[in-house]
Write a protein that binds this ligand. Structure first.
Ligand SMILES: [Fe+2]
Length: 286
């Protein structure tokens, strides 16, 4: 379904985008692709499998992660686990893995309901409006995942670690705010997570999506890298080069610039971020 976030959000062009990305990744030859969530836009089992098949068409190893469009209904997580079982290190929506000495912890935030309770599924009224607005919707990491994360980090103190969670932990910086811009929000208990991560200096970065724009921010030992959505301008992804002493983050557009052109609403180029949002060096030593 197509719509408008800050620029035109063109889900219908995704088959063509993915075909182009497949060719582009064949040149870059990444070890794997990390999906930052909102893989399917509609909440049906068929939509989840359709999106899964598009990701498979890249012909690259990948790690999936759920977002607010993926984990909405009672059945959502079982569809996800079913569709991606062959790609998950364990049959769960949050998991960790180590690739060539770099450790990753992938998380699954839950919905904060209006009465303050936390649930894996959204309220019906929120689900009905999901494509239009997420204003006043909040997400949190449930305590069992924070406990799991702490235990996982304590077991791997020597491995540089990246946290992956769909919702940014550090909110969009005010320097990128524009009048009337749509702000998808940040993890509601992000400050608590940052407090925890400060005790684990091996955590070097957080990779997130959700807000359909690029930004990069560093706070204490952690660099938050937020990457825009592929169906929306600037139709770019991050390339992460892993060196002995540091990670190098680069931002790459598709070889066919037509997708970005179709999505752009003139004057809203700012979703591609400023210079400091488009590349970064993240030390892997501490
Ligand atoms: Fe999202």
């Amino acid at each position: 379904m197509d719509g408008e976030w800050n620029n035109r959000f063109l889900c219908t062009m995704m088959p063509d985008v993915m075909a182009c990305l497949r060719q582009d990744l064949a040149v870059i030859e990444p070890d794997f692709v990390l999906l930052t969530g909102d893989i399917a836009s509609k909440q049906t089992k068929d939509a989840m499998y359709e999106a899964r098949n598009l990701v498979e068409s890249l012909e690259k190893p990948y790690y999936p992660m759920g977002g607010n469009h993926d984990f909405v209904l009672d059945e959502s997580r079982s569809w996800f686990l079913d569709a991606f079982q062959h790609r998950l290190p364990r049959p769960n929506t949050f998991y960790s893995f180590t690739h060539k000495g770099l450790h990753f912890c992938v998380l699954d935030a839950w919905w904060q309901w209006e009465d303050g309770s936390l649930a894996p599924v959204s309220e019906a009224a929120v689900a009905a409006e999901l494509d239009k607005t997420v204003e006043n919707v909040r997400w949190q990491l449930p305590s069992h995942q924070l406990d799991w994360l702490v235990e996982d980090l304590a077991r791997h103190p020597d491995l540089p670690t990246i946290i992956a969670v769909h919702y940014p932990v550090l909110p969009i910086p005010t320097r990128l705010h524009r009048p009337g811009f749509k702000n998808g929000g940040a993890l509601d208990n992000g400050p608590l997570l940052m407090h925890i991560l400060r005790r684990y200096p091996q955590v070097r970065a957080i990779f997130s999506g959700h807000v359909h724009m690029h930004y990069i921010l560093t706070q204490s030992n952690v660099t938050q890298v937020v990457t825009g959505a592929l169906p929306e301008y600037p139709v770019e992804y991050r390339e992460v080069l892993v060196h002995n002493t540091h990670l190098e983050i680069k931002t790459r557009g598709l070889s066919n610039p037509e997708f970005a052109r179709r999505s752009l609403i003139p004057g809203k180029e700012w979703t591609s971020g400023e210079v400091q949002d488009r590349s970064a060096i993240i030390p892997l030593t501490w």
